[in-house]
Design a binder for this molecule. Structure first.
Ligand code: HEM
Length: 159
C-alpha cells in the first residue's frame, strides 16, 4: 500500500498549494487591491496576479485529480460514491470538476474575454462579482477539505 500513501501525499501537496492559493487570493489579495483608487487599476493588477496563480492551479488540479482517482481505484472506493455517508468523496470530485472546467475550458474559451469586456463596461460591479465568486469557491473548498479529513477518519454527517 506504499503506492496509496505516496498518492495521498501527492494529493495533499496539490490540495495545499491549490486551496491555499484560493484562500490567499480571496482573503489577502482581493481586500488589499480594494484600496486601489481606480476600479480599472484593481482589475488590471488582479488579472496579472491571478494569471500566474492560474498556471500553478492548473498543475495542482491535474495532480490532485490523478492521485485522487488512483486512490479510488486502488482502494476500490467506486461503490462508495452511491451512499450519503461518503458524501465527501462526491464533494471532492464535484469541486475538482468545477475548477477543471473553469481553468481548462471556460477561461481559455470565453471567460477571459467576457471578464475583460464586462470589466470595461462596469469595473466596480465586475470587481464585486470576482470577490463574491472567490468567497463562494473558498467556502466550498474549505467545507470539502474538512469533510474529507473527518470522513476518511470515520466521522460522517450521515450513517
Ligand atoms: C477527482 C477528484 C478527487 C478524487 C477522486 C479524490 C479522492 C480522494 C481519496 C480516494 C482520498 C483518500 C481517502 C481515504 O484515504 O480514506 C482523498 C483524500 C483527501 N482528499 Fe481528495 N479527491 C479529489 C479531489 C479533492 C479535492 C478537490 C480536495 C480539496 C478540496 C480534496 C481533499 C482531500 C483531503 C483533505 C484528503 C485527506 C483525507 C485524510 O486522509 O485525512 N480532494 N481524496
Amino acid at each position: 500500500m506504499a503506492d496509496v500513501t505516496l498518492a495521498l501525499a501527492i494529493h495533499l501537496l496539490a490540495v495545499v498549494v491549490w486551496i491555499g492559493g484560493v484562500a490567499m487570493v480571496t482573503t489577502v489579495l482581493l481586500p488589499a487591491v480594494q484600496s486601489f483608487k481606480s476600479a480599472a487599476e484593481r482589475i488590471a493588477f488582479f488579472e496579472s496576479i491571478e494569471r500566474r496563480f492560474a498556471r500553478q492551479a492548473r498543475v495542482a488540479t491535474v495532480l490532485a485529480g490523478a492521485s485522487g482517482f488512483y486512490m479510488v481505484q486502488r482502494l476500490h472506493f467506486w461503490p462508495l460514491f452511491a451512499g450519503a455517508r461518503y458524501w465527501w468523496l462526491g464533494a471532492m470530485v464535484l469541486l475538482w470538476l468545477l475548477f477543471t472546467l473553469m481553468l481548462f475550458v471556460a477561461e481559455p474559451l470565453f471567460l477571459d474575454r467576457w471578464f475583460r469586456q464586462r470589466a470595461q463596461r462596469d469595473p466596480e460591479g465586475t470587481f464585486r462579482l470576482v470577490q463574491r465568486l472567490h468567497r463562494v469557491l473558498l467556502a466550498l473548498s474549505l467545507a470539502t477539505v474538512a469533510g474529507a479529513v473527518a470522513g476518511s477518519h470515520g466521522l460522517s454527517l450521515f450513517n
